[in-house]
Ligand binder design. Structure first.
Ligand code: PSU
Ligand code: MN
Length: 304
């Protein structure tokens, strides 16, 4: 018997753009389904796609629906992703969900994987997963890191959240041959804050420079991805003291409630949004929008 191998479902706009060598930007669905509260998440889904279009590229939000990996979602499919109740799928879950007819939102790892399979090279998100602070005991290291080691996609993020061990995350990226470029910064951004306390190995000043580095990396690199780290816009950065408090409380809550595995990141995000009176949500939306815009500018450079 032939195994069931699921086809990728490309939206008409994504199919047309890929066919003509146009610029396409992958967008992640877990940040919508599990990282932002409803109903704001549905508006953000549209805002991100609008940012990509405004820079001259075609948005491809990615998710698995009824066993079929979708690259480019239509409005009713975005409704479904944002309505709640979808699984969170990383790379290890993709085949199982597809084989069993399941549905889910895709993490950075799974989105990058499906993007690469479709031929989409640029991907915008908010925060990359990484090494958790208690990883020495829990072994909790996001599958985003090993996925980027073997997936040739340029990911634009606002660095990683300070809920993680940022230094250890940067070490694993180095081991994985994933270049880290600061966009107009010398400091690695920490999502809500513009500086997570570490330098970036490389700095670029423009989308054209990022595109040039990416092109050369696809030839000289070992097939790994690349991280373009853009700090949250200055006006939207979270106040340092508020950030410290949210972080300490969030980490304590997760430990007290015994939350583990893939539920850790969504639980921390929910706490940040609930306990900051909307400030963390505003920062989160601002940085993802900026990343969508920058990713589209890089994709346009690559298409030229
Ligand atoms: N970090 C954020 N916001 C997010 C995530 C991470 O600041 O929404 C999501 C992304 O989808 C990321 C995933 O790929 O969490 C990582 O989850 P885990 O740590 O379980 O691998
Ligand atoms: Mn984890």
């Amino acid at each position: 018997m032939m195994p069931h191998v699921p086809d990728l479902v490309l939206s008409p706009a994504v199919r047309a753009a890929l066919g003509s060598g146009g610029a396409v930007v992958a967008l992640e669905s877990t940040l919508l389904a599990h990282g932002l509260p409803a109903p704001r998440n549905r508006e953000v889904a549209d805002e991100l796609e609008a940012e990509v279009r405004a820079a001259g590229a075609v948005p491809a939000t990615i998710a698995v629906l009824d066993g079929r990996p979708h690259v480019g979602l239509e409005a009713p499919e975005l409704d479904r992703v944002c309505a709640g109740g979808l699984e969170k799928l990383s790379v290890r879950d993709l085949g199982v969900a597809a084989g069993l007819g399941g549905s889910g939102a895709t993490t950075v790892a799974a989105t990058a994987r499906l993007a690469a399979l479709a031929g989409v090279r640029v991907f915008a998100t908010g925060g990359l997963g990484g090494v958790h602070r208690d990883a020495r005991e829990t072994w909790d290291v996001s599958a985003d890191l090993p996925a980027l080691a073997v997936t040739p996609v340029l990911v634009v993020s606002a660095g990683v959240k300070s809920i993680l061990d940022v230094g250890a995350t940067l070490e694993v990226l180095e081991t994985s041959s994933v270049p880290v470029l600061g966009y107009r910064t010398d400091r690695f951004p920490g999502f809500y804050r513009r500086d997570a306390g570490f330098p970036v190995p490389w700095r670029v000043e423009s989308a054209a420079e990022a595109a040039a580095a990416w092109r050369a990396h696809t030839v000289l690199g070992p097939g790994s991805g690349m991280l373009l780290a853009q700090p949250v816009p200055e006006a939207d950065e979270l106040d340092a003291a508020l950030h410290e408090r949210l972080l300490a409380d969030g980490l304590r809550l997760v430990a007290e409630r015994g939350i583990t595995g893939k539920d850790v990141t969504p639980a921390l995000l929910e706490h940040f949004h609930a306990a900051s009176d909307g400030a963390s949500l505003a920062a989160n939306v601002a940085l993802v929008r900026a990343n969508a815009r920058l990713a589209a500018e890089v994709a346009v450079q690559l298409a030229n």
